[in-house]
Design a protein around this ligand. Structure first.
Ligand code: ZN
Length: 92
């Protein structure tokens, strides 16, 4: 039963691996699916707002939708409309 001992050792290594934290993207960016441009939080606010769907409205369609979360649709520089979930916690 040497296999059993080996797998326990591997599991311990996976749990303490530091690589997972480094892989997380620091800034939340919204990517355009058409041209591939990535918009940071600040750049997103500069894009032309096409539509904003408030939590109250989404709540009628989606059960359990959080109150502090809404959807914004903004136009990318390429003209493509991007819909993104926004939350009050992200903007102070
Ligand atoms: Zn684009």
């Amino acid at each position: 039963m040497t296999n059993g001992r080996a797998s326990v050792g591997n599991a311990a290594q996976l749990c303490s691996g530091p690589s997972a934290e480094g892989a997380v993207i620091a800034d939340r960016q919204i990517a355009c699916t058409m041209c591939g441009a990535r918009h940071s939080e600040a750049a997103w606010g500069d894009l032309v707002l096409s539509q904003r769907i408030d939590a109250e409205e989404i709540g009628r369609l989606v059960r359990g939708w959080p109150e502090a979360r809404w959807i914004e649709v903004r136009a990318c520089h390429c003209g493509h409309l991007i819909a993104a979930r926004r939350s009050a916690a992200a903007s102070p």
